[in-house]
Design a protein. Structure first.
Lengths: 268, 343
């Protein structure tokens, strides 16, 4: 359990922006893995387009293959740079690959990137790609606090992760009428104080995905979470626990954590 | 303040949804302009969402809600504070044609960096030439490619036209494409190596100079001076300056990065770097065409004197272009114009 928590904390690189209105918000920075996949996809797209144009050019220049080669070589070269620069510049920081992997290039100030920045970061690829397979760029990403390759550092941009988020909805398990944990307000306070936000959202996720999980996996996960809470955070009396399934334990716990049923209410 | 999350969300959800749909509408517009009613609405909803985010940030356990609100505020913030380029700025062909005047203007604004790259290249040339002069054995180290080491053979081959295919225009076209591509890549690398504080740019220029000096001395020693001049200059008068300009761009970038905190108009500076690269790329296209279609034809077909004369004419035209085209008094005008964001 603690393993999972510390790992979550260490991989989450974030860009923090303070707005003039005095609000802080954080944007998750994309790691090298997803960026690599997005780039590979973009390379496939560029090669596909270039070869498509190539076939057309060969057909047009059937009598003069040398000029066909000239057009193709230069087109391929130009597309290689222009694809990234124009797509990112005019499509709000996304290429097709970046869009599919939920990545977006933005300015360091949290604003959309400008066309100049898009060109600079894409032209700088000749340096980042040195000596082979983006070694220089990769080292730069891993050593940079915001995971920027040299092109990003020069252009003042970075790649953020933008997985779509839905409005947090109302949860069915929050609406139970009676929560037996309420009868032990002191222990419930322990629960509320002892649970970190990460753990809380883990519990929430586990409950929300109830129907996506295989029955065996669900039983195991719920048992692990409930056992951890019971032994490390909040020890509710055994006679109560014996009557509850692990799932009900977690539902009650998240009722305490998220719901309207706050321990503080009981005292009133 | 302990927040009643459930009630809070129920109350705020409609306005978050409003903001979300407004943002979706704006982001799908290509020019991202908003009318005054929308601007007002965006401002209001943004302020509310920011306030909501602040409340959630201090009400500990709503990690998911907080992420959602952060995302929402980030998107609204980007829309509010970003000034998009105007439509005319992007789609006017006249603006694209301005590159032809902007290039020499930018070149003249940064002649200091150009002088630096000339100096380094000349040092490289001197080193290569002197090494070749005093130690002819160093040819194996200095000139890596086989064909450069045996001028006699090479000249003979070239003059006989042995290297040439029957349908030579086709071969030349393909050859010129490869040359253009390779040269632009090298020049771009020289310009990009500015991120190494210019050290990489300097090394690349020096190495280039060594090669140039060594080849020149090697061929001249063996009595092929005129052949070499006629062989290299028709494209060299564009190729060599373009590498020098790439060096100029590299040093400019290095300086830009070292002083980026003091630079108030980084965007304009970046644009200048891009203009230099666009300009040298155009020069290299011309150089590639000349190299493939003109430089490779030798004495019986094209007299050497003619080739050298063409090279001279090219050099004059290039010099005139770089020194005289565009606005003359750049520095004075630049001082009087207040840089505006949406120029």
């Amino acid at each position: 359990m603690t393993n999972i928590q510390s790992r979550l904390a260490s991989t989450a690189v974030e860009l923090t922006i303070a707005t003039p209105e005095g609000v802080l918000f954080r944007l998750p920075v994309a790691g090298p893995g997803s960026r690599l996949y997005a780039m590979l996809l973009d390379v496939v797209i560029v090669l596909g387009t270039a070869n498509g144009i190539g076939l057309l050019v060969y057909w047009i220049f059937a009598k003069a293959p040398g000029f066909g080669v000239l057009v193709i070589t230069l087109a391929e070269f130009a597309i290689g740079f222009a694809y990234g620069a124009l797509m990112e510049g005019f499509w709000n920081g996304q290429t097709i690959g970046k869009r599919l992997f939920h990545l977006r290039v933005i300015d360091q100030a949290g604003l959309p990137l400008r066309i100049e920045q898009a060109w600079v970061r894409n032209l700088m690829r000749v340096f980042d790609a040195l000596p082979l397979a983006y070694l220089v760029g990769g080292i730069s990403v891993l050593s940079s606090p915001l995971m920027q390759r040299f092109g990003d550092r020069v252009a003042g941009t970075l790649v953020v992760l933008q997985t779509p988020l839905a409005v947090p909805g109302e949860e069915s398990w929050m609406r139970q009428k009676y929560n037996s944990f309420m009868e032990y307000p002191t222990i419930a306070v322990h629960l509320r104080r002892g649970v970190t936000p990460e753990l809380a959202s883990l519990i929430q996720d586990a409950l929300r995905r109830r129907n996506e999980l295989a029955p065996y996996a669900r039983r195991e996960i719920y048992r692990e979470l409930a056992t951890y809470l019971q032994s490390e955070v909040s020890q509710f009396p055994d006679e109560l626990i014996e009557r509850l399934s692990d799932e009900q334990y977690l539902i009650n716990a998240s009722g305490i954590l998220f719901g309207d049923q706050r321990p503080s209410r009981v005292h009133r | 303040v302990i927040l009643n999350l459930e009630r809070f969300q129920a109350q705020a959800r409609p306005r978050w949804k409003n903001l979300e749909s407004l943002l979706e509408a704006l982001e799908s517009r290509p020019d991202r302009r908003l009318n005054s009613a929308e601007a007002q609405q965006l401002q209001d909803l943004y302020a509310q969402a920011s306030a909501d985010l602040n409340r959630v940030t201090h009400g500990a356990l709503a990690l998911e809600l907080r992420q959602y609100l952060e995302r929402l505020v980030a998107r609204a913030y980007a829309e509010l504070y970003y000034s998009p380029p105007t439509r005319s700025e992007i789609w006017q062909p006249r603006r694209w044609l301005r590159i032809f005047t902007a290039f020499p203007e930018t070149f003249r604004r940064h002649t200091g960096y150009f002088a630096l790259s000339v100096l380094i290249t000349v040092l490289g040339c001197a080193f290569g030439g002197l090494a070749m002069h005093y130690d002819p054995a160093s040819v194996d180290v200095l000139l890596p490619a086989d064909y450069l080491r045996n001028p006699g053979e090479r000249v003979h081959e070239e003059e006989q036209g042995k290297a040439r295919h029957l349908d030579s225009a086709q071969i030349e076209a393909a050859f010129s494409a490869q040359l253009i591509r390779h040269n632009i890549q090298v020049a771009l690398l020289a310009a990009a190596l500015g991120v190494t504080f210019g050290i990489g740019t300097a090394l690349l220029l020096f190495e280039n100079g060594v090669l140039l000096g060594a080849v020149a001395v090697h061929y001249t020693q063996q009595g092929f001076g005129l052949f070499m001049t006629a062989w290299l200059l028709p494209h060299g008068v564009f190729e060599i300056p373009s590498i020098l300009i790439a060096g100029q761009a590299g040093f400019y970038l290095a300086r830009l990065l070292l002083h980026r905190r003091e630079n108030r108009n980084l965007r304009e500076s970046m644009r200048e770097w891009l203009v230099l690269i666009a300009g040298l790329a155009m020069m290299l296209v011309w150089a590639g065409i000349m190299e493939a279609f003109f430089s490779q034809h030798h004495a019986p077909v094209l007299p050497y004197g003619f080739k050298v004369a063409v090279a001279g004419a090219e050099l004059v035209l290039l010099t005139v272009y770089l020194l005289l085209i565009g606005r003359r008094k750049i520095a004075a005008e630049a001082r009087s114009i207040v840089p505006s964001e949406n120029k």
